[in-house]
Design a protein around this ligand. Structure first.
Ligand SMILES: Nc1ncnc2c1ncn2[C@@H]1O[C@H](COP(=O)(O)OP(=O)(O)OP(=O)(O)O)[C@@H](O)[C@H]1O
Length: 334
């Protein structure tokens, strides 16, 4: 899959929103690529363009070997799309839903039934075939959603926030299934997420999007290596203004950078946390500062995001900007 300056502008009443601004990317066959960004960054909009559900306002893309503008029908035959809300009908049974989906993709009755049985097996839905969708647990439901996206054996599958709302065990289980798709069937997986742990656990390569633009690209480890050094957090008893004295002491230690103080907590980076700790403790002791805690952590994807954008992805997760729905225009699906 290749995109070249793919863009989408929404026109809602009297204002325009450039939700996606010239996204260029390449995804090779058999990759699991994570599309990571905070709420409102443009992930879903990009995904809907790549899956032919929304027309780009500029740019081009080739998906599963076909041009997005001229051959959306061919693309749709070769891709699977699992939306955030899933697609299964509540009152249908699991088996009926899978078979019906197969029939919609013009599989013969026998083939649809065989495919449904195969997917039930693959996604651990055995024994649930006669259950109504609404009675499934969150994890079972999510596995069914993904199975429905695979009925026609697509080359590329797009997953929008696959594990949102699942408990930790179900998430880990779902990730296993997603990895198996790639490992055992060679399916290319493109998934959006705003969960750092999901991106870290699943994706071989990440594209980080912010305000509609790709701001970084690389494996989780490559991205983490961009953050210069380990993070250190020191708590001090600030009753007598010790935080300032601590900051002065710390800034004399070799390699300390990006130092900030807030509410008696110092945060900074050092090239190597394990090497810096003894010296930091000596410097604090010499300055007569009472430390209440000392914590060193390896760079995380959140640090990467913070370094790249000046904002924490965790903070961004909570400051959800309500999506403007009034501009929902007639979207093409031809
Ligand atoms: N139909 C629409 N009309 C107008 N603006 C829209 C529409 N859909 C999305 N937007 C705006 O475009 C921007 C990108 O939204 P998008 O849903 O693509 O982000 P996202 O990264 O998928 O976020 P989330 O994680 O919340 O799904 C946001 O500012 C959003 O408010």
């Amino acid at each position: 899959m290749i995109t070249d300056r793919l863009s989408r502008r929404y026109t809602a009443r009297d204002r325009t929103i450039d939700a996606v601004k010239g996204v260029s990317m390449r995804v090779d066959a058999g990759e699991i690529v994570g599309f990571l960004g905070p709420n409102g960054a443009g992930k879903t909009t990009t995904l809907r363009m790549l899956t032919t559900l929304l027309r780009p306002t500029a740019g081009t893309a080739s998906i599963a070997g076909y041009d997005l503008h001229t051959a959306p029908r061919e693309i749709r035959k070769r891709i699977g799309y699992v939306a955030q809300s899933g697609g299964a009908a509540q009152e249908c049974t699991v088996a009926d839903e899978l078979e019906l989906q197969g029939r919609l993709y013009r599989l013969s009755k026998v083939h649809a039934r065989r495919k449904a049985a195969e997917l039930v097996e693959r996604f651990e839905l055995g024994g649930l075939e006669r259950r109504r969708v609404r009675t499934l647990s969150g994890g079972q439901r999510r596995r069914l959603d993904i199975a429905l996206g695979l009925v026609h054996s697509p080359d590329v599958v797009f997953l929008d926030e696959p594990s949102t709302g699942l408990d930790p065990q179900s998430r880990a289980n779902l990730w296993e299934h997603i990895r198996a798709l790639r490992d055992e069937q060679g399916v290319t997986v493109f998934l959006t997420t705003h969960y750092l742990d999901e991106a870290d656990a699943l994706a071989g390569r990440l594209l980080v999007i912010d305000h509609g633009e790709i701001v970084a690209e690389g494996s989780p480890d490559e991205l983490k290596a961009r953050v210069s050094g380990d993070g250190v957090t020191v708590g001090v008893d600030d009753a007598d203004g010790s935080a300032r004295a601590a900051a002065t002491a710390v800034s004399g230690v070799d390699g300390v950078h990006e130092l900030s103080i807030a509410d008696g907590t110092l945060e900074f980076r050092v090239p190597r946390g394990d090497v810096a700790i003894p010296e930091l403790i000596r410097a604090m002791d010499a300055a007569g500062v009472a430390m209440t805690s000392l914590h060193v952590h390896r760079p995380t994807l959140d640090d990467v995001f913070l370094t790249l954008t000046g904002r924490s992805l965790r903070d961004a997760e909570h400051s959800t900007e309500p999506a403007e729905q009034e501009g929902k225009e007639a979207e093409h699906a031809a």
